[in-house]
Write a protein that binds this ligand. Sequence first.
Ligand code: AHG
Ligand code: MN
Ligand code: MN
Length: 284
Amino acid sequence: MTSLEPIFEAIKTSAFRIHEAITNEDTDYSAQSNQSGDIQLKLDIISDLIIAEEFSKLPVIKTIASEEKEEAETLHPDGQLLIAYDPLDGSSLIDVNLSVGSIFGIYDGGWDAQNMIAAVYVVYGPRLEMVTAYHESVRHYIYRHGRFKEMELIKLNEKGKLNAPGSTQNCWSSEHKALIEELFDEGYRLRYSGGMVPDLHQILLKGGGLFSYPATSDRPNGKLRKLFEVFPFAFIYELAGGEAIGAKGERLMELPCSEPHESAPCYFGSKYEIAKAKDVCCKQ
Ligand code: AHG
Ligand code: MN
Ligand code: MN
């Protein structure tokens, strides 16, 4: 048992409970919105409550921060670890029954990316799956017959075939347009569902490609939130042999975070596509 095993077990229990909620609860919006200004689905709130309840059973967890909570919350003052999570990522896809996910970043010592020691995501699709990045490897689990079965380790190829560009073209910079165009000219296929968990999971399992959510004219700091979305996937992509960079080509894992809901432009991919992104749109 690794020392994070109780946390991974709590995430598995949460995943199972959230999967049940997605199957059985209604998919309506609530009357509330979160810190990012998104109107919350009832399922966003339920998923957040489930995870907070499971984590509150573990004395090692000092503080949690959630996309659905305004402020970080102390669970156990004598605990050691901090966990940031997006309880239901891609929740606007719930009504059309596309895949959604949960994302977790586990930190020791503070919320800056350098303090991350592990990252985990769960995919709620036709199957329930989990991916953990910890101790130098990215592990893939599929839920079968009542338990998460470990599959092969996840490793990215040097170069992939998929292109997943976020936001809308009329908000992209000319450099970003050029990057996306170049990849399509090279034969890359468009694969973008609007849920970063299934979109990034697809690129990881199909060997590579590029997922980008750049700085846009309507969101100069991008849309995706550092703590709940950007840092965990940066950690996972780097461990899987890929790279994850920001608007200036810097490693996302070197960025500080001063406020829990802060966002950052981001590019995740295998080495070939990231080199191209650095070359075409991160030169300034
Ligand atoms: P959430 O449902 O947690 O608010 O996250 C939605 C995010 C992410 O999953 C996805 O990649 C992105 O929003 C899609 O945004 P665009 O529709 O602007 O591309
Ligand atoms: Mn999200
Ligand atoms: Mn969410």
